[in-house]
Design a protein around this ligand. Sequence first.
Ligand code: ACO
Length: 430
Amino acid sequence: MTRTVTITDNETGKQIECPVLEGTYGAAVISTKALYDELGMFTFDPGYATTASCRSAITYLDGEKGILLHRGYPVEQLAEKSTFLEVVYLLIHGELPNKKQMDEWSHSIKMHGMTHEHLSRFYTAYRYDAHPMSIMAGVTSAIASYYYDNTDIKDPENRLLTARRVMGKIPNVASKCYRYASGLPFVYPDNSLNYVENFMYMTFSWPSEDYEPSPVAVRALDLLFILHADHEQNASTSTVRLAGSSEANPFACVAAGITTLWGKSHGGANEAVIRMLEEIGHPGNVKKYIERTKDKGDPSRLMGFGHRVYKNYDPRAKIIREACHDLLEQVDLNQPLFEIAMELERIALEDDYFIERKLYPNVDFYSGLIYQALRIPASMFTVMFALARSAGWVAQWMEFMEDEDFRIGRPRQLYIGPKSRDYVPIEERE
Ligand code: ACO
């Protein structure tokens, strides 16, 4: 028998049966499709805290237990054994590749690593001190102008080609954001390098010097990219899906995701964590700062703490925390900031305010420290996040394009404005 939930309007006595949909894991979902037709009502759920906006087979996360699976594989195993480019393949195709598939995948992504030469001029329209996220969103959106008449979002082969294009070009775009801000000449990709090495080469190489990315840095970056690759229906991913629902160009959809990710409640938090640690300045000041974040009269929050879904330790944060410690032994991690971070983590985790509200360090609490150790400037942190999350955006966009429920996203509202009234000519208004 199909499970249903009965909704009763206690004013009219009218009842409807709403079917309950069960997924592989997680909370069951009440389908309220018939609600408006039968009862003339909408649901109200600001922040979509209890709304499943889609069916998805890509990522599962259980915020209470701290579980994160990509296509069924625990993120811990992927972090330990896989590479970012393999995870991208997994997210997009649903299965891990065999050796031949992986070679072909890696080759095809490299083949899409160049951008049109004219696109380089686009950067120069930005002021020298423009935020790299603003540049990244603008340039990514501009790429849509090169792929609008030959992009057929209804064709699966063409969608896969789009995925390759996005993943091939995004490191190129990201690296130029950095180089433009640093006054450095742009660097073409070197296809003898792997995905992360190539990104580092395009970003950090010096025109007059040989460049060999440090294996420690490459592995740390690859790990961070894996951990940021996808995270279910978060704000930026939902934005990409919503933009995609109007059949917008996929590069424009990714640009919309980048713009959303920039916010400090989302991907911008990693930059905000470093700014916060710098503001604290010394481990001795941590207690006082934490008191400020608990004060309702003070708008500041403890950046890198809390998550809409995780009410337990973010599994990605656990992995990054360990990587931070490992990195500390191998490269010159910013020791004073790291010490402040560790003191802040210690005090917050023992504080009743954070315990009662289940506020744990999130992935952004540690990722900025690793980026800093790799000499990546704070303004670039969210760009790194966007590069990695492009994998999830593309995979989710592709899944949505194939969804039997695909239709334009159009939320409804609870109107609380004035009742209908007549226009008053300006001379007659008080
Ligand atoms: N510092 C202090 N108090 C906090 C924090 C924090 N970082 N986060 C939540 N709270 C408090 C709220 O004030 C609220 O307290 P109250 O119940 O007394 O009113 C309670 O905890 C619940 O907070 P909400 O705002 O309802 O939580 P929500 O799920 O809407 O927000 C969010 C989640 C945006 C991540 C929030 O925790 C936050 O702003 N954190 C800091 C920014 C951050 O690190 N963002 C990165 C998120 S991870 C990512 O995007 C990759």
